[in-house]
Write a protein that binds this ligand. Sequence first.
Ligand SMILES: Nc1ncnc2c1ncn2[C@@H]1O[C@H](COP(=O)(O)OP(=O)(O)OP(=O)(O)O)[C@@H](O)[C@H]1O
Ligand SMILES: [Mg+2]
Length: 407
Amino acid sequence: MIKNLLKKEILGNDSGEDELPRADLPRIILFTGKGGVGKTTIAAATAIKTSGLGKKTLIISTDPAHSLSDSFSVDLMPTPTKVRDNLDGMEVNVEYELERHWNTIKDYLTIFFRSQGIDDVVAEELAIFPGFDELASLLHLLDFYQRKEYEVIILDCAPTGETLRLLSVPEIAKWYMNRFFGIEKRLLKIVKPIAEPLIDLPLPSEEVLDKIQDLYVKIGMLKEILESPQTTVRLVINPEKMVIKESERAFTYLNLFGYRVDCIIINKVLPENAGDYFRKWIEIQREYMKEIEDRFPIPKFQLTFKSEEVVGEKLDTIADEIYGDTDPAKVFTLSKPMRIEKENGSLILVMKAPFVDKSQLKVLKRGEELIVIAGQWKRILYLPQSLAMRDPVSAKFMSGELRINFR
Ligand SMILES: Nc1ncnc2c1ncn2[C@@H]1O[C@H](COP(=O)(O)OP(=O)(O)OP(=O)(O)O)[C@@H](O)[C@H]1O
Ligand SMILES: [Mg+2]
C-alpha cells in the first residue's frame, strides 16, 4: 500500500490537461478548510445561490457534527429534505450506511480472521474496513451523481485533515480490496467445493463476492468522478497564520492527489471600519492577505466578518457578497497548478509559470517550503514529503511550465 500511495503522491494523476466539465452531468463542489473557518456557512450560501439561479441543488453534510441543519434552521434527514425551491439538503447517517454496504462482507471477514486464530473481539475490529465511515458519504455522492436528479451537488466536508484522508479512501480501498479479494470470481467458484474441505480457510460466499465486486466497481467510478472536471474542491480560509499553514498543505496534497481546487474563499475578513479595538487585527489580516496571494495561485472570493452569526435568511446576503453576479457552479480554474513527474531517478516538480525568463529565476528551499521568485512573480509552495527530503538541483522552462529537478 505504501508503495502505491507513494507512487500516487509522486506522480500525481495526469498531465495537467485542462478539460471542460460537461453541462449534461452534475457539477460537484466540495468545501473544506480548517475547523471553524466557515465551511458549512459558505457551502450553505453557495447552495442557496445555485438553487436561486434555477439549478436543482443537493447539499450533503459529511461532517458528523451535522451543523448544516443549524445553518439552514431546517431539520435535515439522512435522505434529501426540502430546504426551499430547487434546494434539498441531507445529513449522512454513517451507521446506517455501514450496515447497508458492508455488513455481509464484515461477517465473512470476521469468520475469516477467527479461523486464523485471531481473538473474537479483535477479529471484529479488523473486519471493519479502514475509512469506511468516510467512504459512506462518497457512495451517496456517486448515487446521486448517477441518478442525475440534481444539477449541482455540494458537499460540506469535515476539516481538511479528515477530508484529505477521505479523498484518499477510494485509492486505498481499491488496493485493500484487490489485495484481499483479488482472486478471480470464476476461479473461486471452481476452487471452493474442492478447497474448502481440504484447507482450513472459510472461503467467501457468492453473496459476499457479489457485494465486494459491487463495492469495488463503485469505488472505481467514484475515483473517476472525483478526478474529472465535474468535481472541484473549494478551500475556505481565514487570514490567520495557522489556517493558512494548514490550508496550504491541503492545497498541495489535493493537487497531487489529482483533485482540482478551483478557488479559495477567504472568510472572516475584518472590514476597515471594524473599530479601534480591531485596529491591530486589521493590520495583521492585511499582511496575511498578501501571503495568501503568494501561496494560492487560483481565483479568490471574500466574505467579511459579520457582526453576528450567519444563519437562516442571512445566508442569502452573504451568498451575494461572495459571488456577486457570478454563477458559483462555474469551474473557476481548470488547470492544476502543480504536479510531480519522475524522470531518470529524479523527481520533477512541474508548476504553471506565466514567465519564461530564466535569468530572473531564484529557487530557495526552506524546510518543507519552496520559494520561487522571478522578478515580480513569487510563489511559496508547501512541499510534499517526497520532495521535502530532496534538494532542487536545476530548473528549466518548457511550454509555459517551470520544471524544477529534485535529487
Ligand atoms: N463571515 C462570518 N461572519 C461572522 N460569523 C461567521 C462568518 N462565517 C461563519 N461564521 C460563524 O462562525 C461559526 C463557524 O462557522 P461554520 O460552522 O460555518 O464553520 P465550519 O468551518 O463549518 O466549522 P466546523 O469545522 O466545525 O465544521 C458559525 O457560528 C458561523 O455562523
Ligand atoms: Mg461545518
